[in-house]
Design a protein around this ligand. Structure first.
Ligand code: DSN
Length: 415
């Protein structure tokens, strides 16, 4: 066995890895679904567990040599139970989408009915989009946000549920800036005899820290990804009531996955352990405080925000009113040139296309990990406004890049 580095054996990949490390260090990651894990999580994720097959569950594996794999998976499960207060946890899903797939496979048959939020209103591909396996396998009806307020239209959801009679209602969203009334959705599910899946992929960390309301103990199933606000490295998880545990576990393995990615499960264990420390609560509260500062300062600059603000880690800017001739893609590309990385996003009532939509989505988890407070985040809002207002002005973009470079030096990331 050689102990050569990637640089020794594969300079092309080494260059790209180094480029990515530099890119992350020298830009502001404001994609709402991204974050920066600790070096301890990075170490766990790049451990020898990448070599290990551990099909099955702790104590019931189909392979020998699972002593340490068992220990790590048990730690990840115990810590997740403590963080979210769940009865049963499966930490093997490779991603949030695989977690959702696990729940659908456990509880639905092909052709069964899903009621979920429309993608351009903040939903997710894996909630029933026609291009996704969910849209191809199940019958899907969608609810919306209220056109005036941008908040979930809970009455509309109830009406759709009564007429559509879904087998499962999906709540939890990927571009929705407000708190969620889980009980109201559970009431609707109870009224129509549907299961309720709450997908907290974006807000796992906020829920764990108690700075966002929790669906655990309310919804039948709660899914999440582990690399967003919870900062535990790439992957997914499923939480459910004990009565569904066997079905969910069987749907993940052998139902839809083979060997778990044990190196990623190790990252989850380490990240969940970090999230149990008191400092994580402060971090999560700062994520929300920073998002509010970002929202407020963007509004000062005349930007229109879907729902007029935020309760969580993200803001969704609808550019149509303030900048009718600037698309989300124009803004995304100009901002990336300056080192501010976020994504163009559809907005409710979208009049352009998914690829070149009318909005931008920006989140604060990554900035907050770097140590940004409200004042520093307000300055980033100022920079965003300057770039969007002058997106084809090279001198402005150069000046903003210089300031971004100073900020990334001041709030440093990986050495
Ligand atoms: N693609 C992720 C997001 O950015 O919201 C969710 O899967």
């Amino acid at each position: 066995m050689s102990y050569d580095t990637v640089r020794d054996v594969d300079p092309a990949v080494a260059d790209a890895l180094e480029g990515e490390r530099t890119r992350q260090n020298e830009t502001l990651a404001m994609i709402a679904s991204e974050n920066h894990v600790s070096t301890a999580v990075l170490e766990a994720q790049s451990s020898e567990l990448t070599n290990k097959y551990a099909e099955g569950y702790p104590g019931e594996r189909y392979y020998g040599g699972c002593t340490y794999a068992d220990k790590i998976e048990e730690l990840a499960i115990e810590r997740a139970k403590e963080l979210w207060g769940a009865e049963h946890v499966n930490v093997q899903p490779h991603s949030g989408t695989q977690a959702n797939m696990g729940v659908y496979l456990a509880m639905l048959d092909a052709g069964d009915k899903i009621l979920s939020l429309e993608l351009e209103h903040g939903g997710h591909l894996s909630h029933g989009h026609p291009a996704n396996f969910t849209g191809k396998t199940y019958e899907v009806e969608q609810y919306q946000v209220d056109a005036e307020t941008g908040y979930i239209d809970y009455d509309g959801l109830a009406e759709k549920a009564a007429s559509f009679e879904p087998d499962i209602i999906v709540s939890g969203y990927s571009a929705y800036p407000r708190d969620i009334d889980w009980e109201a959705i559970q009431d609707v599910a109870d009224d129509v005899g549907a299961y309720h899946l709450a997908d907290i992929a974006h807000i796992t960390g906020l829920v764990a820290a108690g700075v966002h309301s929790s669906p655990v103990g309310i919804a039948d199933f709660v899914t999440g990804s582990t690399h967003k606000t919870i900062r535990a490295g790439r992957g997914g998880l499923i939480m459910c009531k004990e009565e569904y545990a066997d079905k969910v576990d069987a749907a993940v393995f052998p139902g839809s996955q083979g060997g778990p990615l044990m190196h990623n499960v190790a990252g989850k264990a380490v990240g969940f352990g970090e999230a149990l420390e008191p400092a994580f609560k402060e971090y999560a509260q700062q994520v929300v405080d920073n998002a509010k500062a970002l929202a407020d300062q963007l509004q000062e600059h005349g930007f229109s925000l879907v729902s007029d603000g935020t309760d969580n880690h993200l803001v969704l800017v609808d550019l149509r009113e303030s900048h009718p001739d600037t698309t989300g893609k124009d803004a995304e590309e100009a901002l990336e040139e300056t080192g501010i990385v976020l994504n163009a996003n559809t907005v409710p009532g979208e009049t352009r296309s998914a690829f070149n939509p009318s909005g931008i989505r920006a989140g604060t988890p990554g900035l907050t990990t770097r140590g940004f407070d409200e004042e520093a985040t307000r300055e980033v809002a100022d920079l965003i406004a300057r770039v969007v207002e002058n997106y084809d002005d090279e001198a402005v973009k150069t000046a903003v890049s210089e300031r971004v470079a100073e900020l990334t030096d001041e709030f440093s990331l990986y050495d």
